[in-house]
Ligand binder design. Structure first.
Ligand SMILES: *[C@@H]1O[C@H](CO)[C@@H](O)[C@H](O)[C@H]1NC(C)=O
Ligand SMILES: *[C@@H]1O[C@H](CO)[C@@H](O)[C@H](O)[C@H]1NC(C)=O
Length: 798
């Protein structure tokens, strides 16, 4: 349709121009398309064309249009591209001639080629790359390529657009040749950190209908510039580290960021503190690990403030701070310091006496530094907290050097850390002595034995007392306490060695005089004041067989002759007499036995070995001699044994005259016969006198006792055995100081005494002693035998 319209217009125009035919056709018409009816426009008949051999003459140019002589029209022979034919020249026309022959005619024809929008604007390259530093200043210019559009006029390039237009704008400069210079101008600074790559599209547009465009990609790479400082992730870092952490332990991690790229973004850390010590203790590596680099000691520093810097290559930096709290570890034992100690204390120190003062410290914190102190058990001391780490050690109870003279007091202090640490100090305290112990004898009483007839000066035995105190307070000396033994000072019996306590006999003792005695020995220590104690000592004198038996009856005197009478009618077993002997020794030494040593007729009499009784052992016959002489030996049982012999004369007769006649025959008594009668008479007289005197004495004693017993009956006193004063102290002494020996009093009742007088039944005693004084001496001894408690009560009356 359009073509037809244009065609019509072209015809109309041609018709208006006579002689000169012009056509206007758009470019790019198809081959064979009608350009114009040339025959008509020239006013030439088609036949003329044929005959004139009409043809187109173009010279040596390309023939785009051909002539159809038949139809008389011009047709497109070759497709016409205006841009190829004319480039930018306008108007663009083909000029050729149509030649006719016969007659030769020449008709110029102009065919104007009109532009059609058949070319889009085009860039030589599809893309363009720029590398622009982010530091490029605003207004920086960057040349861009022009786009080319072969079309002309309205169909030619009309304008450029650049999108997006954040950072850049386009600026066009019209140049002298009318073309445009395209520039891209930085209108807003680039920031690599925001946008590293900027992609832009440059579009060129023409004005054709339809509009055609051409585009070019612009890639801008923003080059980095060190325009960003590092930035720490926190203004303050807080961390904690336990003390004594191993080197290299990571405390915390810090970080700083640098928005720049590559080397510009590399950050290093430094510790900025001026204090050397802190620098040595911690280390930060390039990764930001804060590590322990030295010994961390809570007791020296509890908190570290570390200024840190992050620096990039360009020297841009940021600062921050690390606050490191040191966590305490229980690494310190309590430290015990003795401020003052007393090395010794007297044993009489009062309770709560201060022995020592000490201070205890533990530099650790809280529980790790909280200390409690104790002392070892079972000692009389205690520990007391006084104030602010000070402790005092006091006595608790009373001290006794004698129980324990030295104490090792161990003070142990431990903290409350987990695990707990402790330390201890041992203090040796000497307890000094006070004289608080009296000497103590090893026994409550002593009894020592000494055999009589000892040598004077003999050590008897030793008393020993111990004193629990020390040194001078324990130095014991022994002192004999004054007393008397039988009215004699005891010091004349014994002496005590002051140093050793050895008791010496001062004299020789006689068992028959003294059998034992008591005294007291005092032991005294050397303290001030001294303390003492005493002990009773009993010395027992032991008997020795130093006395032979003494025969009391029959009395043996040089001058007298005593004979026992045995009637011839006496039966077997007739008691002739009894040999009575004593031994002043005691025990075995006084245990007597009797033996018949010699006899006129051994078959007639025998002696009882225990009792000394002489009895007949057969019927006396007339053939037996009147005078019988028996020698009896009395032996004691001592070692060695001692003995005595006694001669017993026995007269076997029925009447006294018979006896007398016979006595003259005793051969060895003959020398005394002259005085015999005289002595007998004298003896009888003396004996009678003594008998009367005794009677008087006995009666007076009886009266006295009767009065005494009346007093005693009226009192209800306990039973007191009574002995006649004269005999009471003769018991056991072996001495017979009294002469009133023919009376024997035995108390059968405590308050009554009986003195029985009697004679041995059927016993006649005949004393034939010319000197009665001798007789009396012998008789004196009789008493002690008769005093044997169970001996038959016998009273001899002379
Ligand atoms: C105290 O300690 C010392 C020395 O270790 C020791 O010789 C002594 O026997 C101890 N004393 C006591 C009472 O334990
Ligand atoms: C002997 O010791 C006793 C206590 O054992 C005491 O009663 C007495 O007075 C002391 N005698 C002397 C003489 O010191």
């Amino acid at each position: 349709m359009k073509r037809q319209v244009l065609f019509l217009i072209a015809i109309l125009r041609l018709s208006s121009v006579i002689g000169q035919v012009s056509y206007s056709i758009p470019e790019e018409m198809k081959k064979g398309s009608l350009v114009g009816n040339i025959a008509e426009d020239l006013g030439i008949d088609v036949k003329r064309l044929k005959s004139g051999k009409a043809r187109i003459y173009t010279g040596d140019s390309v023939q785009y249009i051909e002539l159809n002589r038949e139809r008389g029209v011009l047709l497109i022979k070759e497709k016409i591209d205006r841009e190829a034919l004319c480039r930018q020249t306008t108007p663009c026309a083909l000029h050729f001639q149509i030649t006719l022959e016969n007659p030769l005619e020449l008709f110029p024809v102009t065919v104007e080629i009109t532009d059609m929008n058949d070319n889009a604007p085009a860039f030589q390259k599809e893309e363009r790359r720029f590398e622009i530093s982010e530091s490029a200043v605003i207004g920086s210019k960057f040349m861009l390529e022009k786009a080319i559009d072969s079309d002309i006029g309205i169909n030619g390039l009309q304008k450029y657009t650049l999108k997006p237009s954040d950072n850049f704008v386009l600026k066009l400069h019209t140049q002298l040749d009318g073309s445009k210079k395209v520039e891209m101008i930085l209108q807003k600074a680039l920031d690599r950190e925001k946008q590293e790559h900027v992609s832009l599209v440059l579009t060129a547009e023409d004005g054709g209908e339809p509009q055609m465009t051409g585009t070019m990609q612009i890639h801008v790479t923003v080059l980095d510039v060190n325009d960003n400082a590092p930035v720490f992730s926190k203004p303050v870092y807080k961390a904690s580290v336990t003390e004594n952490s191993a080197l290299g332990t990571i405390v915390t991690k810090i970080s700083a960021s640098d928005a720049d790229k590559g080397a510009n973004g590399e950050v290093s850390f430094v510790i900025a503190n001026s204090m050397d010590t802190d620098l040595k203790l911690f280390h930060i590596n390039s990764e930001g690990d804060v590590t322990v680099h030295g010994p961390i000691d809570y007791e020296r520093e509890r908190k570290y403030h570390i200024d840190i810097e992050a620096i990039d290559v360009g020297g841009l930096s940021d600062s921050s701070k690390i606050i490191i709290d040191v966590i305490d570890v229980n690494d310190n034992s309590p430290i015990i310091n003795m401020i003052s100690t007393s090395g010794s204390a007297p044993e009489n120190s009062p309770e709560e006496t201060v022995i020592a003062l000490m201070s205890v410290n533990d530099p650790d914190a809280e529980n790790n530094g909280r200390v409690t102190c104790v002392i070892n058990n079972h000692i009389p001391f205690k520990i007391k907290f006084t104030s602010n780490n000070f402790y005092s050690l006091l006595t608790d109870g009373f001290l006794d050097r004698e129980r324990s003279s030295e104490y090792n007091i161990t003070v142990s202090c431990s903290d409350e850390g987990v695990p707990s640490l402790s330390s201890s100090v041992t203090l040796t305290l000497q307890i000094s002595d006070v004289n608080d112990n009296a000497p103590v004898f090893e026994r409550s009483s002593y009894e020592a034995y000494i055999v009589e007839n000892n040598t004077p000066g003999l050590s008897v035995f030793t008393v020993k007392a111990r004193d629990a105190d020390w040194n001078q307070n324990a130095r014991v000396s022994y002192i004999l306490e004054d007393s008397s033994v039988n009215g004699v000072p005891v010091s004349s019996y014994v002496s005590v060695s002051a140093d050793s306590g050895v008791i010496h006999a001062v004299r020789s003792f006689d068992y028959e005089q003294i059998r034992d005695f008591h005294f007291r020995v005092r032991a005294q220590d050397g303290g001030s004041p001294p303390l003492s104690s005493n002990v009773s000592v009993k010395i027992v004198i032991q008997d020795q067989n130093d006395n032979p038996p003494q025969v009391l009856y029959p009395v043996q005197t040089g001058g007298s002759l005593v004979a026992e009478m045995v009637p011839r009618s006496a039966d077997v077993g007739y008691l002739v007499t009894k040999v009575v002997a004593v031994d002043v020794d005691s025990g075995q030494n006084a245990w007597l036995s009797y033996k018949l040593q010699k006899a006129t007729d051994r078959a007639l009499f025998e002696v009882g070995s225990q009792n000394g009784e002489i009895r007949s052992i057969r019927q006396v016959s007339d053939k037996d001699a009147v005078k019988q002489r028996l020698t009896v030996i009395v032996e004691d049982n001592g070692q060695p044994s001692r003995s005595a012999t006694v001669i017993v004369n026995v007269v076997v007769a029925d009447s006294f005259p018979e006896v007398l006649s016979e006595f003259t025959d005793f051969p060895h008594d003959k020398e005394y016969n002259d005085n015999l009668t005289f002595y007998l008479v004298l003896a009888l007289a003396v004996v009678s006198f003594l008998f009367i005197t005794s009677l008087v004495v006995i009666i007076s004693v009886k009266i006295y006792r009767w009065r005494q017993s009346r007093i005693l009956y009226h009192s209800s006193l306990p039973v007191i055995p009574y002995y006649p004063p004269r005999y009471s102290d003769t018991l056991g002494t072996g001495t017979l100081p009294h002469v009133y020996n023919y009376e024997v009093c035995r108390t059968t009742d405590s308050r009554k005494s009986d003195c029985k007088f009697g004679r041995a039944a059927g016993q006649n005693v005949l004393i034939m002693d010319p000197s009665s004084t001798g007789t009396m001496q012998r008789i004196q001894s009789e008493k002690s035998i008769l005093d044997e408690p169970d001996s038959p009560l016998e009273v001899r009356r002379l």
